[in-house]
Design a protein. Sequence first.
Length: 798
Amino acid sequence: MRFLRRLFLSDNKINDVGRGTFGSIGKIGTIDLARNFLKKVEFQMFSQLNYVEVIDLAENNITIVEKHSFKDIYQSTINISHNALEKIESLAFENCVNITILDLSFNRLTNFSRNAFDLTTFATEFQVSYNFLTNLAQVPFQNMTGIKVINASHNYIAEVPKNCFPKLYELHTIDISYNNISLIANGVFQTLFSLRFLNLSHNSLTEIKSSAFGTLPTLLDMNLSHNKLISIVRGALAKLTSLRFLDLSHNKLEKLFQIPISLNELNLESNLLTGIPAGTWPVMNSLLFLNLNDNQIGDSLSAQSFTGLLVLQRLLLNRNGITVPPIECLAGMSTLQYLHLEQNNITTLDKSAFGKLPVLFELNLQANGVQEISKRSFEGLLQLLTLNLSSNAIKSIPMDAFIGLPSLRKLDLSFNQISKLDNKTNGVLDDLLSLEELNLSHNKISFVTKKTFPSNQYIPYNLKRLDLSFNQMPVLTYDITFGTKKLLSLNISNNNINEIRRGVLANFTELQSLDLSNNELSNLASEAHVFDLPKNLININLRNNQIYKIPIPNFKKDLQFENIDLRNNKLTDFPQLLVLMLRNGTNVYFAGNPLDCICAARPLKHFMMEKSKLDYDLENIECGTPSFHKDQRLAEVPDENLQCLLEDRDQYKGVAFQELSDVQFRDIKIADYGNLTVRFFVTAARDIADFVIYIRNNENDVLYQGEAAYNERTHEIPIETIRDKIKGQKAEICIISKNSNGITGRWFSAQCTNLPDLKQKRKGIFTFTAFSSANYKTPNTMISTIISLLLFLTITLC
């Protein structure tokens, strides 16, 4: 036991561990006592365990840590979280140098006893979150010179008093979020020479005074969100020269302050800012991201509002009550790449509405109520890649509206009232030379013309993704193929489509994904070439239609499908081709169709029987006919009950439509050494123990019978034992299973096959009989062998 390294005693009913219990196993590395019924950590319970790495006392009922409980422990993780700990006595931790993690979270601590940690004890990471601490000075940092992380979040701390922190040279992270802090003493963080991350979010701060933080030359990230800040003294944060990320969202700030010169990201979302006056920003080449969402800026932005921000890339102005594009303030922002103006009140876009922004990549105008777009509204945005005009009130778009957008790749016009995109001569989208993705869903488009989508024999348009869902299209005409030859994805779901014209689908030569769900399609085999599918198609969705007939052979192509969705239609047959595709890995969804549960459904039934667990769709395939199986799940219908009428049996011939047998032949062949070798395999998941192999003639006389154990899949029959019995008459070989009680199973026609010709293979020019003990039973056999050898030698010598 003295060499024991890992001791796991968690999840037991241990309620007491005596003093010095672990003294005899001084080299122990892990002691796991989590989830027991310990009520205290006793005197010298963990003493002089110089090699211990982990002590886990989490989720017990510990209320007290007694004096000298932890002594002479080095570089270990101590977890006393999720207890009822209320008191830690003086010198409870003695000479515990460099505790890797000391976790006291989720307890009832309100204070620490004086000298609970001696002069040499400190933790690298100290967790006291989810306790009842009211003052950060109650946490004993005095001797923790090597501490790096402090987490005192989710307490009731009301203030960070003066002299709270001694000189701590390695502390880099402080998390005191989710408290009630309303006061931070001046310069309290000045003694922290390596501080990188400071989280003061979700507190009750109302003001940041000029010397609250002072100069913290190493601070990178500060979070002051979700407080009650009304004001920040202008220079309060200016001395944080290394600060990169500052979050002041969800406060009550009415005016801005002087920001640190090195700031990269500033989040001012959900405040009460009403404007950004000139001179707000210093001249700086570091600020890349500015979030001003959910303020009250309105149309107050002027030409000087963002002067000084030389490299700003992302500007968020969502939900600010803006009624006109702020062209004046944007004029000097030559580095802006992403502009978000969602959910404002912009109703009209005039010519060059956003001025000249040479590197703007994304413009989002979602949910503004835009009604009118003028010609050349976006002129000056040469590098724009994404334009979002969704959820507006656009009814029509004039020709030349998109002139000046040669680089645009993604255009979102969904959730508008658009009925057409052309004037029969030209198309609205003709100027978008690089367009790849177009979203026109939730509009009022009823017909697509040859000019709806951009196409020109001299211009290589490259539209790849098109969404026309939730419109009013009744027919899919050939005109939709103009400008869409390179489509990879087409969504025409949730329309009123009841007809597809000939050759339409086949002309989407590059199409990979097609969604025709939630329409009114019924007969897809009414006319030739209506349902010819593109060779590259791998996903097709036809769910929630009224389809009762579909040309299944069209699903067979070189490139295998990934998904075929036929749910909630009126199909009565699950063809064998779809079963084969299921076996090859295609996801075929069929639930919600009235399946005709006759012998035609057996290939699917047999596939289900092979599965140990059915997926949701297969499990919910239900029978529509015959009446005695109506509303019954196919998975619950016995195989023998799937019967066909006499007139249908000729249509469904073959083993696949027969009742599934217990066992089937793999192959039957004559071996070189004179035996008939029979190989077989088990196909059913029933009780099968042994196998009976027999040979019978036309009169059902048994000519041979043998048995094979369950662990055997091969049976040898000496030809000489059956050759004389057969004597030229036709015979068949059968195999039947036996269960563990020795009872012979049912007979299936698939378990019998014709016996092959028992004549042995010729070798070379002559026929030689294989050498075995059976060949030397008669003198005639030996004589004929000798004569054959003599003839062979004579011919060779001559």
